[in-house]
Design a protein around this ligand. Structure first.
Ligand code: NAD
Ligand code: ZN
Length: 341
C-alpha cells in the first residue's frame, strides 16, 4: 500500500510502499478515503525538537481520517464490513485507575496513531475496534476526516457553560475557528476571536458569526467597549499556544472567569499568577477528546446544524501531498484534506 512515512530523522515526509497491516482479533482494518493534515503533522514534517524526541523512525504518520471497514478481527462485534467510519486516534490502556473509572481520555498510557504508532496517512489503517466511530450518512468523508480537530474544539468549548455568555477565543487556527462555531451553536452571546494573521481572521468570519480582532493592529478593549462587554469575557478558550494571548485573556476576563486551555505553549512560560488569584480565575487544561462523550456530542451537533465545512480551504489528491503540506505550512490555510481515492 501507499503510505506517507517519516522515513528519516530530518525534515520531510516520503511516499513509500508498505505492507498492508495485519490485524489482531480485536482490531479492524480500515481502507482510508480522506485524511486531514494537522499542526502535529507539520511538527513531524519539520522534525522539530518535540518530534525528534517523540516519533520513532520509520513511522507511517497521520491521525485524522475517514474510511471504510474492509476486515474485522474475530472478536469484533457490532461493526460491519463496508461501514463508513472515523475513529479516535488516541490508543488507551485499560489498566490505569482513570481508565478503570471510564475516564479513558485521562489514561496516562495513551499512545497516538501517527505519532507513536503507525498512522492513517496510508491506504489501510489497523485500529482497535474500541476506537472506531461509525459515521452517519449525513457526515461525509471530508467532514469525517476532520472530526479529530473538531473534537478538540468541542471538548474545549463544552468545558464550561456558554449559554448567554461572552466568549473570547485567542487563536483563529482551524481549531479556534471551529470552537467559535460550536460556541455559537450552543448559544453564546458574543464570540470574539483574536489572531495576528488577517487571513485566518477573515476565514473565521466566513465560517461563523464571530467578531474577529487583529490584536497586532486593534485594541481588544475598544472592541469590548463597542460590544458593551463591560466587566470582561465570561469564558476564554486559549487556542494559540502564544504566551501574549494567554496574558491578554487573563486581563480581559471577568472576576470568576473560566479558561479552557487547548493551545500548547512552547516550553515553560511566565504567567502573572497574582492576577489569576485576585480575579479568582479557573483554568482547565484540555487534552484530546473525551472518549467517547465528545464524539457523541460532536456528531449530534453536526446532525443538528453545526456547519464547519468552510474551515476546509484546500483539497488535494494524495499524490500532491507536498502541495498540501506547503499550503498548511504557509499559515494561509484552514484545514487541508487529502483524498486517498
Ligand atoms: P494553529 O497553529 O493553526 O493556530 C494558532 C493561531 O494562533 C495561528 O493562526 C496564529 O497566528 C495565532 N496566534 C499567534 N499569536 C497570537 C496572539 N498573540 N493572539 C492570538 N492569536 C495568535 O493551531 P491549531 O491547529 O488551530 O491548534 C490550536 C492550538 O491547539 C495549537 O497550539 C495546537 O498545538 C494545540 N492543540 C492542542 C491539542 C491538545 O490536545 N491539547 C490538540 C490539538 C492542537
Ligand atoms: Zn490532529
Amino acid at each position: 500500500m501507499k503510505a506517507l512515512v517519516k522515513a528519516r530523522p530530518e525534515p520531510g515526509l516520503w511516499m513509500e510502499t508498505r505492507p498492508v497491516p495485519d490485524i489482531g482479533p480485536d482490531d479492524v482494518l480500515i481502507r482510508i478515503r480522506k485524511t486531514g493534515i494537522c499542526g502535529t503533522d507539520i511538527h513531524i514534517w519539520n522534525w522539530d525538537e518535540w518530534a525528534a524526541k517523540t516519533v520513532p523512525v520509520p513511522l507511517v504518520t497521520g491521525h485524522e481520517f475517514a474510511g471504510e471497514i474492509v476486515e474485522l478481527g474475530r472478536n469484533v462485534e457490532g461493526l460491519a464490513i463496508g461501514q463508513r467510519v472515523s475513529g479516535e486516534g488516541h490508543l488507551i490502556g485499560k489498566l490505569s485507575r482513570q481508565s478503570r473509572a471510564g475516564k479513558f481520555h485521562l489514561d496516562p498510557a495513551t499512545r497516538g496513531i501517527g505519532v507513536n504508532e503507525p498512522g492513517a496517512f496510508a491506504q489501510y489503517l489497523r485500529l482497535p475496534a474500541f476506537n472506531v466511530v461509525p459515521l452517519p450518512d449525513s457526515i461525509d468523508d471530508e467532514i469525517g476526516a476532520i472530526l479529530d480537530p473538531l473534537g478538540n474544539a468541542v471538548h474545549t468549548a463544552l468545558s464550561f457553560d456558554l449559554v448567554g455568555e461572552d466568549v473570547l477565543i485567542t487563536g483563529a487556527g482551524p481549531i479556534g475557528i471551529m470552537a467559535a462555531a460550536v460556541a455559537r451553536h450552543v448559544g453564546a452571546r458574543h464570540v470574539v476571536i483574536t489572531d495576528v494573521n488577517p487571513a485566518r481572521l477573515a476565514l473565521a468570519a466566513e465560517v461563523t458569526d464571530v467578531t474577529p480582532v487583529n490584536v497586532a493592529t486593534e485594541d481588544l478593549r475598544d472592541v469590548m467597549a463597542r460590544l458593551k462587554i463591560v466587566q470582561g469575557f465570561d469564558v476564554g478558550m486559549e487556542m494559540s499556544g502564544n504566551q501574549m494571548a494567554l496574558d491578554q485573556m487573563v486581563e480581559s476576563l471577568v472576576m470568576g472567569g473560566r479558561i479552557a486551555m487547548l493551545g500548547i505553549p512552547t516550553g515553560k512560560s511566565p504567567v502573572d499568577w497574582s492576577r489569576i488569584v485576585f480575579k479568582a480565575i479557573t483554568i482547565k487544561g484540555v487534552y484530546g477528546r473525551e472518549i467517547f462523550e465528545t464524539w457523541y456530542k460532536m456528531i449530534a451537533m453536526l446532525e443538528n446544524g453545526l456547519d464547519v465545512r468552510r474551515v476546509i480551504t484546500h483539497r488535494f489528491g494524495v499524490d500532491d501531498f507536498e502541495t498540501g503540506f506547503a499550503a498548511m505550512r504557509s499559515g494561509q490555510s484552514g484545514k487541508v484534506v487529502l483524498d486517498w481515492g
